[in-house]
Design a protein around this ligand. Structure first.
Ligand SMILES: Cc1cc2nc3c(=O)[nH]c(=O)nc-3n(C[C@H](O)[C@H](O)[C@H](O)COP(=O)(O)OP(=O)(O)OC[C@H]3O[C@@H](n4cnc5c(N)ncnc54)[C@H](O)[C@@H]3O)c2cc1C
Length: 286
C-alpha cells in the first residue's frame, strides 16, 4: 500500500499546471486525491510527479451564467450538495453529490476530479449527461470547450485533451417547472453506484410530458443517456403504465456488464427498477 516514488509540486495558477504537465511526461494533476491516491497506493497508477492544483482559488465556486450553471472544477462534493443555487436550480446534482462516498470523501473530492477520473461507477457522470455538461479546459493550445457527448470513452478513459486542466463544468438548466432527481443502488461495501439514475421531467398542466432527461451510470463501462426511455415519454400523457413501459427500456442504450457482485442480467433489471423509481419521483403530480 505504498506508492512508488514521485516528485511533488504545488502550483498557484492553471497556466503553471499546464506548463508542469507539458514539461514532465508522466506527471498527473492532484485535486482532492480521493481517486488518484488510492490508485497510487495500489500501484495501479504510478505518476512520476504530482502537480497539486488544490490551492488554485479561482477554480472553486458555483454561479449561474445565462441558461447554464457553472461549477469550478475544484468545487467539492460537499460544497455542491449544500449550495443554495444548486439545490434550487439542479436538485439532481445536489442529490448526486450528497450520495458520493462518506463525509470525508465529500469534503475533499471535487467535481473536476470525479469527471476527469471517469470511474464507471461514479455518481456525477449521470447528472452531467442528463444536463448536457460542457467542460471548460485549458491546455497547451489555450482555452477550449469539450462537450459531454462522446467524452466518456471507457473505464477511466476520456476525450480530455492531453496535458490539459478542466477549469469548470457547466450544466444546462432545464426549463422552469422541471423536477429532477438522482437515485442509486449503492454497492454495499464501497458505496459506489451499482446503478445510478439521474432523471428530470416537466409535465404540462394537461398532463403531457414536454421535457424529459434520463441518464444511467454504474451499469456498464461508460455512463449513457437512456434515449429510448426519453423517446417513450416525450409528448405522452403521464400514467402509471407509461412510466412502467418506458422504464422497461432503461438498458436499451447502454452496454451493460456484469461482475462478481452483479451479473449483467441483474444490472439490467436494476436499471429498469431505478429508472422507474426516478421517473415516479419527477413525474408524480404531488
Ligand atoms: C472511500 C471512497 C469512496 C468513494 N465513493 C464514491 C462514490 O460513492 N461515488 C463517486 O462518484 N465517487 C466516489 N469516490 C471518488 C470521489 O468522488 C473522488 O473524490 C473523485 O472521483 C475524484 O475527485 P478528486 O478531486 O479526489 O480527484 P483526484 O483523485 O485528485 O484526481 C482524479 C483524477 O482526475 C485528474 N484530475 C483531477 N482534477 C482535474 C482537473 N481539474 N482537470 C483535469 N484532470 C483532473 C487527476 O489527475 C486524476 O487522474 C470515493 C472515493 C473514496 C476514497
Amino acid at each position: 500500500m505504498i506508492p512508488s516514488a514521485f516528485a511533488y509540486e504545488r502550483v498557484q495558477t492553471v497556466e503553471q499546471a499546464v506548463r508542469a504537465l507539458q514539461a514532465n511526461p508522466g506527471a498527473k494533476l492532484l485535486a482532492g486525491g480521493h481517486s488518484l491516491i488510492p490508485l497510487m497506493k495500489m500501484r495501479l497508477a504510478t505518476p512520476t510527479r504530482l502537480v497539486d492544483i488544490s490551492g488554485i482559488r479561482e477554480l472553486r465556486g458555483v454561479w449561474k451564467k445565462d441558461d447554464r450553471l457553472v461549477i469550478g472544477a475544484l468545487t467539492t462534493h460537499r460544497e455542491i450538495a449544500t449550495d443554495r443555487v444548486v439545490r434550487t436550480h439542479l436538485p439532481a446534482l445536489a442529490e448526486a453529490a450528497s450520495r458520493v462516498g462518506d463525509l470525508q470523501v465529500r469534503n475533499r473530492g471535487t467535481i473536476g476530479g470525479n469527471l476527469a477520473h471517469a470511474d464507471p461507477s461514479s455518481d456525477l457522470p449521470a447528472v452531467a449527461l442528463a444536463f448536457d455538461a460542457v467542460f471548460d479546459v485549458l491546455g497547451p493550445e489555450g482555452m477550449q470547450t469539450v462537450p459531454i457527448d462522446g467524452y466518456f470513452l471507457g473505464p477511466l478513459v476520456t476525450a480530455l485533451p492531453e496535458n490539459s486542466v478542466i477549469t469548470a463544468v457547466s450544466l444546462k438548466l432545464p426549463p422552469s417547472g422541471t423536477r429532477s432527481t438522482y437515485v442509486k443502488y449503492p454497492h454495499p461495501a464501497s458505496g459506489y453506484a451499482v446503478v445510478g439514475v439521474a432523471a428530470a421531467a416537466r409535465v404540462e398542466p394537461d398532463g403531457v410530458i414536454d421535457f424529459v432527461r434520463v441518464a444511467v451510470t454504474g451499469a456498464g463501462d461508460v455512463p449513457y443517456r437512456a434515449q429510448a426511455v426519453e423517446d417513450a415519454l416525450l409528448g405522452q400523457h403521464v400514467s402509471d403504465d407509461l412510466i412502467r413501459e418506458a422504464a422497461a427500456h432503461a438498458a436499451d442504450d447502454g452496454s451493460i456488464s456484469g461482475d462478481l457482485f452483479a451479473s449483467e442480467a441483474y444490472r439490467r433489471h436494476l436499471c429498469s427498477v431505478y429508472v422507474e423509481r426516478a421517473l415516479r419521483k419527477v413525474l408524480s403530480r404531488g
